[in-house]
Design a binder for this molecule. Structure first.
Ligand code: ADP
Ligand code: MG
Length: 483
């Protein structure tokens, strides 16, 4: 079902293109040897190059180039063996040279694609226009001094990838799914940690609206949106605003806006600048970047299995639904955990435990799967205990909770708490007899034709046996006793 905004003049379609800035994982900066660690004391990770001292020369960081190429390969994109760095000129206090080194006319990566997955189980291919490398700027700090602003240059010169999408996205959900998927791919590749709170990943959200079948209308760009939820909210708020402008007989002006998450609206920041405003020109301090084809091939061969391939394999090898497979592959650590549990066992059961009880436990305790209180080995062992009849499926829930609480292995819990399944028919018959004796009226009703009461008896017998009865045997015994 297409996402539309209903206005007074009819339905409006929303058109979205995203420019995502992703900080490259690298120990040092794009053109200097200064460190990149997050959270260091201000101005402790700044080289003369980053501070733009006269006469300092940039030297390209090979690791950053490899990371950009690997990302391009992961996005099934064209790798440009020759690319070039340009100066993008503008003044800002946190930009000591007065220009940012970026790639404009000749980016390192050309067209690619990102497959997004939607809640209804469908998928869509979203075009990636390009990926280019550029430097980050420093940071102005306005809360350090009553009358002055301070500058922290730690971030100045840190390597970024800007990943630009085609205007192919059509709803807040699709925009969110795009960022989620891109983030997942970057994390699998180890090229960006995807940490949106720390600013390692941020999105500029371009939005326009149009009537169905029309050419694109003017867009606005909402800058620096730093969570997936905010990307979705910013799309919605900006699209609504534009519909209102058009419907009031006005014209949407191309401009840069900011999302005010407190009020849920976008507000103007500056009128949109065009490329010519930046006076781009090739940086004379840097040679064109020429890549060796064999080196690119080496990088390609060394790529890990990425989310799409893993998802397809999980569906094929484990018979999982597209949805379950998608959830399990979103994070590499989750996929690893799942496979350790599923190998040699009932994969659907493994998937249910991981996406159900395990995720719920992790959410409640605010933990990640890497420090899960229940290891994959323990959960697997617990499934074995169910499969070999040591415990029944109902008691398994209690065993799981106990594992989560104590970190103990399942065998120890079953042993200590006496949770073994009861298959002794003598004990089961005794429990059945006790329940029938305590409920003569219900027995009469059942015998009078009220079949639905059977479930009630099963529940009572199980309760009598403190959940440990073998469900099959309990059913059998009850059937015999009641007829
Ligand atoms: P610029 O270089 O001025 O930022 P681009 O053409 O590179 O402009 O586009 C930037 C982003 O805006 C891309 O992600 C693109 O998909 C998106 N975009 C372009 N036109 C539209 C439009 N009419 N509506 C929504 N997004 C658009
Ligand atoms: Mg742009």
């Amino acid at each position: 079902m297409a996402y539309v905004i209903e206005g007074s003049t009819g339905a409006w379609e929303v058109v979205i293109g995203l420019e995502v800035h992703a900080q490259i994982i690298s120990a040092s900066k794009l053109f200097s040897g200064a460190a990149t660690a997050f959270g260091a004391e201000p101005n402790t990770q700044v080289s003369f190059v980053d501070a733009a001292f006269p006469g300092m020369l940039p030297v390209i960081n090979r690791v950053c180039v490899a990371q950009a190429v690997r990302t391009g390969l992961g996005l099934r994109a064209h790798i440009n063996l020759v690319s070039r760095f340009d100066r993008k000129n503008y003044f800002y206090p946190d930009l000591p040279p007065g220009y940012q080194i970026s790639q404009f006319a000749h980016p390192i990566v050309g067209a690619g694609v990102i497959e997004i997955e939607l809640a209804d189980g469908s998928t869509r291919s979203i075009g990636v226009t390009r990926l280019h490398m550029e430097q980050d700027a420093g940071k102005s700090l306005h809360d350090q001094h009553p009358g002055k602003s301070c500058i922290d240059l730690n971030r100045a010169g840190v390597a970024l990838m800007e990943i630009v999408s085609e205007p192919d996205l059509r709803s807040p959900e699709e925009a969110g799914a795009y960022v989620r998927k891109l983030r997942s791919i970057l994390r699998y590749l180890g090229t960006c940690d995807g940490n949106m709170e720390e600013g390692s990943l941020r999105a500029d959200v371009n939005v326009s609206v149009r009537k169905h079948g029309e050419p694109y209308r003017t867009r606005c760009e909402v800058k620096n949106v730093n969570s997936i939820r905010f990307v979705m909210l910013a799309v919605e708020a900006e699209a609504m605003r534009q519909v209102a402008v058009w419907e009031a007989g006005g014209t949407v002006q191309q401009e840069t806006r900011l999302f005010d998450s407190g009020r849920g609206v976008t507000r103007p920041m500056r009128s949109k600048e065009d490329a010519h405003d930046y006076r781009y020109f090739p940086d004379p301090d840097l040679f064109p970047l020429v890549l060796d084809e064999d080196w690119v091939e080496q990088l390609r061969r060394a790529l890990p299995e990425l989310p799409d391939e893993k998802r397809a394999r999980f569906m094929r090898d484990y018979g999982l639904s597209a949805y379950d497979a998608g959830v399990l592959v979103a994070e590499q650590a989750t996929a690893l955990y799942f496979e350790a549990v599923a190998r040699g066992r009932d994969a659907k059961q493994a998937a249910n435990w991981v996406t159900g009880d395990l995720f719920a436990t992790l959410n409640r305790s605010g933990r990640t799967i890497e420090d899960s209180p229940v290891s994959a080995a323990s959960l697997g062992r617990m499934l074995d205990l169910v499969a070999d009849g040591t415990i029944n499926g109902r008691i398994a829930k209690d065993v799981f909770d106990a594992m989560a609480e104590t970190g103990l292995a399942p065998d120890a819990i079953v042993q200590q708490r006496g949770l073994r399944q009861v298959t002794d028919t003598g004990a089961i018959d005794a429990a059945v007899a006790a329940v029938l004796a305590a409920n003569p009226d219900k027995v009469a009703e059942f015998r009078g034709g009220k079949d639905k009461l059977f479930g009630f008896f099963v529940g009572q017998v199980m309760r009598e046996m403190r959940g440990k009865g073998n469900p099959g045997l309990v059913n059998e015994a009850l059937k015999q006793a009641l007829t």
